[in-house]
Design a protein. Sequence first.
Length: 384
Amino acid sequence: MRFSDYDMPVSERPGSLPPPTADSQDLLAQAIAHHQALELDDARALYLKLLGADPGHADANHNLGVLLTIQLQQPLQALPYFEAALDANASSVQYWFSYVDGLVRTGQHELARSVLPLAQSFGLQLSLANALRERMAAPEGVRFEQDARAPGVGKEPTALELSALVELFEQGAYARGEGLARAMVEQYPRSGFAWKALGSMLQPQGRKDEALQAKQQAVALLPEDAEAWCNLGRSHFELGQTREAVVALERAVALRSDYAEAHNNLGLALNAEGRIDAAHQCFLEAIALKPDFAEALNNLSGIFNAHGQVDEALVALRKAVEVRPAYSIAFDNLLFVLNYHPERSAEEIFETYCEYERRFGAPLRGQWQAHGNSRELGRRLKVG
């Protein structure tokens, strides 16, 4: 049996939790090694030993829950461990997926449905949320078969396989994700999710024509999936096919009116068609739905700037770089607008340039290469 990224035990994650002790790291590593080798009794004993010393250890709680759910088929016993993992680190998308999956497996569908919006607010992908909802809607016998079967068996990918694709996408491992997605569309040619994933893996690799074909296949199989239509619209837009982009993105927002990303993308396509007022409304709608949407704020500033509303453009851009400090494109636009603002002082503009240098220039100074030219005084210059 091979583990997918979902049921592979997770290791310590830096940053969000207190630093682990050497003993806890060692115990976790041993437990994971036994878990991956399917030495389940040893793995379980080590997870429990670690939890005895540190009951709030997030990864130990989660991994033990996975062992109980997937390998031992005891999802009810796993739920308290998933809950403890979330108590320790509610920002983990994988923890949320495991917890809701456990609720579905134990038949607690009402609770699962109530938890899903919260899980999505912490980043659970719409595609995974929809997969969980589809399992809840399936007849009991079919649902049990979906839960129990191994990856690669059946007409649709399992939730475990879906999770593996999402993990690779979130890690930016697009080449590996493409390989997995291609294998999946070969095995499940009628799976809209698999085609959608393939398109999303190809797009950031610059293979736009191939991505478009995959996304067209996805909407053919998932005609009511707003995310699939949004992805298709973005592909058309990046290929300069603005009319096709508008049609696809209008379909996306018709299917899901609260889809901020689709409103933003539709605004870009409408603006490219010269329909500036309609684009303006799309960006406003995107920001109303998602006030910290930096890309939409940046795009809105462009509309304001085109209308000569420089004060409004500055407000939007300052908000964009506030919510996303590393957003260099918005900061570039902020500097541009400041330079042409009739009432901003030279001192304010200079200080903003200094802030740009602090954010984007200074961190790169260590990578500067020394000039290799001769420092000899009086040497002849070579021009051209």
